[in-house]
Design a protein around this ligand. Structure first.
Ligand code: ZN
Length: 287
């Protein structure tokens, strides 16, 4: 097996420390400059995607899983539309298209890209959206085409986040904004271990360098965006998906309530939030 070695997506070549070693030989390393944890070495793309893409295929199970996210998606759509009232929207990794429910066709022309062809087809059909199967970079949208690009819960999965952000900057209109939702790195790492992991239902955690390649801190995400000429101007704590187990749902909801009252105060606090939303645009373009 030939492994791929990659540099930190924020800093380029930098000093790292091994954070987790898998039996397969794949590893997570932590960049000592920006604290991004990323998979290197990792399986080459062909291997990672050999079964990965079908995980996202449109099936009744996928729809059921995603319906748990609807309250969080609605809340995030509300936050986003405070800053961006209408125009052309692109949802990257749109899956079955649930986010489109909250962007009215009277105000928004809706586009998506989705790795799974069956989910892309379902999203197009259900939400009258133009959804391209494939990746953001394979879709080749025109320069300055979109007023809003959303990337919810997916930045861990892209091959090259730096190139992805350059592409987002290229396709955004001068006043366009990008909305990125990711999990707090510290929160995810806490949740993946010991008693907390058991309480929070370990099967919800997908901490593996085989699929999830990057775990950013808020400060690291900010630097990633700035490297591509985008500047964050708003941060929000996002609510967690509804959990089937009432106890873990109660714990998650209580944690969310505490965090939404505290975490807006500093980027390092956001790192402990289950998920947060970062809005960014070209410097000077936002109020
Ligand atoms: Zn780094």
């Amino acid at each position: 097996m030939k492994f791929e070695y990659v540099d930190c997506p924020v800093c380029g070549p930098s000093r790292t420390r091994i954070w987790l070693k898998e039996k397969s030989g794949a590893r997570y390393v932590r960049c000592l400059d920006c604290d991004t944890v990323y998979a290197s070495p990792r399986f080459p793309r062909e291997v990672r995607h050999s079964n990965g893409d079908t995980v996202w295929d449109y099936t009744p199970e996928l729809l059921a899983r995603e319906s748990l996210r609807l309250p969080a998606l609605k809340q995030e759509a509300d936050y986003i539309q405070r800053h961006s009232p209408g125009g052309r929207l692109l949802d990257v990794g749109c899956s079955s298209g649930d986010l489109f429910r909250f962007f009215a066709p009277s105000s928004w022309e809706r586009y998506g890209v989705e790795l799974s062809a069956t989910a892309a087809e379902y999203a197009s059909r259900t939400y009258d959206a133009r959804v391209v199967p494939g990746t953001l970079r394979s879709a080749q949208f025109p320069d300055g085409y979109f007023d809003l690009v959303t990337m919810l819960d997916m930045l861990y999965l892209v091959d090259d986040p730096r190139a992805e952000m350059d592409e987002v900057k290229r396709i955004l209109s001068p006043k366009g904004i990008v909305a990125i939702e990711i999990a707090g790195q510290a929160y995810m790492f806490l949740r993946s271990r010991g008693a907390v992991a058991l309480l929070m239902e370990r099967r919800w955690c997908r901490l593996t360098p085989d699929t999830h390649l990057y775990w950013f801190t808020p400060a690291g995400l900010q630097r990633l965006l700035e490297n591509s000429g985008l500047r964050p101007f708003a941060w929000y704590v996002a609510s967690s998906p509804v959990r089937p187990n009432p106890v873990s749902h109660w714990v998650a909801s209580a944690y969310y309530r505490v965090y939404s009252s505290l975490a807006g105060r500093s980027l390092s606090m956001l790192n402990w939030a289950p998920r947060y939303l970062c809005l960014a645009g070209a410097p000077g373009a936002q109020p």
